[in-house]
Design a protein around this ligand. Sequence first.
Ligand code: ITT
Length: 206
Amino acid sequence: MTEPRKLPPGRLLAATHNPGKVRELTDLLSDIGFKAVSAGELGLPEPEETADTFQGNAELKALAAARGAGEPALADDSGLACDGLAGAPGIYSARWAGGSKDFRAAMQKVEDALTAETTADGEVDRRASFVSVLSLAWPDGHVVSFEGIVRGQLVFPPRGDRGFGYDPIFVPEGETETFGEMDPARKHAMSHRAVAFAKLKQFLAG
Ligand code: ITT
């Protein structure tokens, strides 16, 4: 990396078409003096996620938006990685919900896949991580990335209607509520996205 770049507080393009992420990034950014504007609001297209890592996809999304809009853009690539499924659905977390983005079905798919891996002793490995990589890109192709991970346990059936995606089946380590039951401010204090965001914040302050 060359010299860290400064980003003056003000508007920042949140390069995501996921309304749950727009909400969370808007909250996180407003805490540090930025006003998020989403890729959807600017009419930017949704790039195809062709990379095979979270970072690769986050960078691809951030760069496409920064170049398309002619201003710095922040993207998030994230997902649920289950220990018992060798890290699946991982970078395919959104794709497990299908074209209709049906996360009830995606959560059921996770439960079914884990059940199919039940050991002879009747054990199911419910450990999982949520992973987020945040990438900040500039129109000239410069990009920086920050990763956050939170460990937890999966619970079935899903609980809570807050948050988005797989939140209703994920209980972070040391907690009893799922991310779907928890107050959003609490999720923001400990989530994978919050951990990645803290690193971004440090970079911006540096
Ligand atoms: P963008 O690419 O436009 O940002 P997307 O939904 O396609 O939107 P991803 O490719 O990063 O985003 O997919 C990640 C999926 O993982 C996302 O759709 C959620 O279902 C899930 N996910 C990520 N972070 C999550 C969180 O904090 N809580 C619950 N589910 C989450």
